[in-house]
Design a protein around this ligand. Structure first.
Ligand SMILES: [Zn+2]
Length: 319
């Protein structure tokens, strides 16, 4: 068996590429590039190729020892054909990554989405190790999830299973980027919290988060955390509200799927422990008593690297 595989995590802000030892999940070498989606999809593809070339050059690994390249992208994927159907955060539409990379590196290429690869990473070497039935939920710019059953990802009939961000939590609620109204993502993501905070600031509410804001830049999870540490009333209110919605969404998942474990990850969970603790406590309280008594919660363990590690194992996937 070939010992190594390349994992690529194609995200909205950065492209992370790693050479992974499949026996122990160790990252031998990694390369990071800025995505810069405004420069278009061709530029992203070019950077990805450059990054993989740098990885091979730096690691000095013989390509004969590498079994495949796995790519996870933030968007809708045709897994069978290895095509990015639509990734608005990358400005990539109908991109045949599989053939593009296979032609250049003469290796088998497997393509999945960003949440799927992060869940595989956590299952193999992170918080899901040793557990075959769990749900991974990632909270950042959006809210995404992946369902693992008997050690395999559940894809659903059209490959979109696990879209927890678009379960409806308010019938006449806020408009979501997907076009529907009242989706969880419009209430519980970092972007949703950001919109709430900005709206309140415009109306004249005071908040110490102003000390960290820079014109034209997003409110980051770490700014939210710093404001909570300073007991900022507005930020605590907006984060508490988001956790109220997220815990409702998670309780629905607990009741519907009855998993053994829920792993929570993503920028907001990692940076803001208040949000994590509040959410899991309320999710348990809102679930039916029998599953609530058994459900276990864990924070994702691999941080930024869950995606590249998981992508390296896309080759094991059975569609
Ligand atoms: Zn939606």
């Amino acid at each position: 068996m070939k010992k190594y595989s390349v994992g690529v995590d194609l995200g909205g802000t950065k492209i992370l590429i790693a050479l992974v030892n499949k026996q122990n999940g160790e990252i031998l070498c990694h390369v990071k590039k800025k995505t810069k989606k405004q420069k278009g999809s061709e530029n992203i593809m070019k950077k990805m190729v450059e990054g993989i070339e740098e990885l091979f050059a730096e690691s000095k690994i013989n390509i004969d020892e590498v079994s495949s390249i796995g790519v996870g992208a933030a968007g809708q994927i045709d897994r069978e054909n290895g095509i990015i159907i639509g990734a608005p955060n990358l400005d990539c539409f109908n991109i045949d990554i599989k053939n593009f990379l296979a032609d250049r590196f003469n290796l088998p290429v497997f393509v999945g989405n960003d949440v799927e690869i992060a869940a595989i990473g956590e299952m193999k070497f992170g918080a899901g190790r040793g557990c075959n039935d769990f749900v991974c939920i990632f909270v950042g710019t959006g809210v995404g999830s992946s369902i693992v059953k008997d050690g395999k990802i559940i894809y659903g009939a059209t490959g979109t299973a696990g879209e927890i961000g678009h379960i409806i939590v308010d019938l006449n609620g806020r408009q979501c980027a997907c076009g529907a109204h009242g989706c969880l993502e419009a209430y519980a993501s970092r972007s949703a919290i950001e919109t709430r905070i900005e709206g309140a600031l415009k109306k004249g509410r005071q908040s110490c988060i102003k000390d960290y804001l820079e014109p034209g830049k997003a409110i980051t999870s770490s700014m939210i955390q710093k404001s909570i540490e300073r007991e900022d009333e507005l930020v605590i209110q907006c984060v508490t509200e988001a956790s109220e919605y997220l815990s409702g969404g998670i309780a629905s998942i607990i009741n519907f799927i009855n998993p053994k474990l829920i792993i929570l990850g993503g920028g907001l969970i990692e940076a803001v422990d208040y949000f994590y603790q509040k959410t899991i406590k309320k999710a348990r309280a809102k679930s039916l008593p029998v599953p609530a008594a058994k459900i276990e919660f864990k924070k994702a363990a691999l941080g930024d690297y869950s995606g590249v590690i998981g992508a390296a194992f896309l080759e094991e996937r059975v569609l």
